[in-house]
Design a protein around this ligand. Structure first.
Ligand code: ZN
Length: 173
């Protein structure tokens, strides 16, 4: 059932990486803002931290791109594993009362998907520059996964009634 990954060149991989990491960055920033609107500053700060991690990753990718021309790949042709960019968090998974534990679990899922994406490229391409790059990107995602796992180990598990709001907002998003 999995889509075949058909990454055929360094430029194509960079185009995918750039789109995927930029989307992840945007998503973390959106989530941080959403959490601020809902007076959940602790989780907002975590998403901002993740956004900083992703921004560094995007910058590194842009450095690698340099003045190379990247192929223009329409969004529907991206070789993602699912509908949304591999590294992005689905909006239906987000709850305004979520705890840092929830936020980190979502981020962990996103980073694991990104890792999985690059890992599949690593498995499918021939030795050479493309494989080297895919491997490097995969290792960076492995670091992100490890980083979030370490954070996750430090935050308490959510209480059973975490979703109960004593003062629910009038407007639901
Ligand atoms: Zn990442």
């Amino acid at each position: 059932m999995s889509n075949p990954i058909a990454i055929g060149s360094v430029a194509e991989l960079l185009a995918h990486a750039k789109a995927m990491e930029s989307e992840a960055l945007e998503r973390y920033l959106d989530l941080a803002e959403q959490m601020e609107v809902h007076h959940n500053p602790e989780v907002a700060e975590l998403f901002r931290k993740m956004a900083r991690v992703e921004r560094k990753h995007v910058e590194k990718i842009l450095e690698r791109v340099g003045d190379k021309d990247l192929p223009h790949i329409p969004p529907w042709e991206y070789q993602w594993l699912g509908e949304e960019a591999a590294e992005a968090i689905a909006s239906e998974d987000v709850h305004y009362l979520m705890t840092p534990h929830h936020a980190l679990t979502l981020a962990l899922g996103a980073e694991r998907r990104a890792f999985g994406f690059y890992a599949r490229v690593v498995e499918t391409v021939e030795p050479g520059e493309l494989l080297e790059l895919a491997r490097e990107l995969m290792e960076e995602e492995r670091e992100h996964v490890a980083l979030i796992e370490a954070w996750l180990a430090k935050v308490p598990e959510p209480a059973d009634d975490w979703a109960e709001d004593p003062d629910p907002p009038l407007l639901q998003e």
